[in-house]
Design a protein around this ligand. Structure first.
Ligand code: ATP
Ligand code: MG
Length: 272
């Protein structure tokens, strides 16, 4: 068996939130938030792997850990066999991350922002320039927007520029944190088609988070559902749907699975 693209073993991450009481000399309260608890999963090469979960369930934390922005409290993460802590440099060369809150120089255009990124990555300029145009066109961005300031672009258009920047270096593992949130149906299809294309043409492995169940169903080979920092189910979309019984003679959708799996837990907690 070849080395998996991603191997996560028993990873935990706890944040400590500091809250100062109202009174001037009140003690600072430290509240622990378990963002991830004992998470293990492995992603194969060329897989499109989805992570679903309610708000605050730990999806972005997982992506930050995979991209070396955070260090796990416990457990190990390997990217193509490289340890994210001990071999950070090798890992950084293999991955790129796109997050919903991507930062840009707002006064500059998409081309200028991507050029800045290409320089930072040390890419040859001629090759980078051609690549930027191709990726942006593929993502459905119009040529006339390439040179206008980012601040004049809609949020969805800016998000597409963020996806374009994420793929500029042709990362072997692309981490996409909610790449299609807030995009119109056409734009969603553009981004989904792009994800499939980079897998097919560049042998890329993609891990993405989404709140769009239909997207996860259509796009992902396998899906992990996480809730309160724990993986509660992991399977192919079909496998997940088999977990939930037919309702009124209708086959369950992935949304039914999500509601049932994440909802059941909440009900159980109430009777505790
Ligand atoms: N830097 C931080 N400091 C303190 N707490 C944090 C930090 N980052 C995340 N958390 C907490 O960890 C938990 C998981 O957050 P995370 O952002 O990973 O959730 P998420 O699944 O990405 O949610 P969403 O769907 O809303 O994007 C939340 O309770 C959040 O408040
Ligand atoms: Mg998030």
């Amino acid at each position: 068996m070849s080395t998996p693209a991603l191997e996560i073993r028993q990873v935990s991450k706890v944040f400590v939130k500091k809250e100062r009481g109202r009174a001037r000399f009140a003690r600072v309260k430290r509240e622990k938030v378990v963002a991830l608890a004992d998470v293990s999963l492995s992603v194969n090469r060329r897989e499109i792997f989805g992570v679903l979960g309610p708000n605050g369930s730990g999806k972005s934390t997982l992506i930050r850990l995979l991209s070396t922005l955070l260090i796990p409290d416990k457990g190990t993460i390997r990217v193509f066999g490289h340890d994210v802590e001990k071999e950070e440099f090798e890992v950084k060369r293999l991955i790129n991350r796109v997050s919903v809150d991507a930062a840009f120089f707002k006064k500059f255009s998409p081309l200028e922002n991507l050029t800045y990124a290409a320089r930072l990555y040390g890419m040859p300029m001629r090759e980078a320039r051609e690549k930027m145009r191709q990726i942006m066109l593929r993502l459905g961005l119009k040529e006339e927007t390439f040179n206008q300031p980012m601040e004049h672009m809609s949020r969805g258009m800016q998000q597409k520029v963020a996806v374009a920047r994420g793929f500029l270096t042709s990362p072997t593992l692309l981490l996409l944190d909610e790449p299609t949130t807030g995009l119109d149906p056409h734009s969603k299809r553009d981004v989904q088609g792009f994800v499939r294309q980079i897998r097919a043409e560049h042998d890329a492995t993609i891990l993405l988070t989404t709140h769009d169940m239909e997207e996860a169903d259509r796009l992902c080979d396998r899906i992990a559902i996480i809730d309160e920092g724990k993986i509660i189910a992991l399977d192919t979309p079909e496998g997940l749907k088999e977990l939930v019984s037919k309702r009124n003679g209708h086959d369950p959708t992935l949304e039914d699975v999500f509601i049932e799996l994440t909802g059941k837990k909440m009900e159980e907690k109430e009777v505790e």
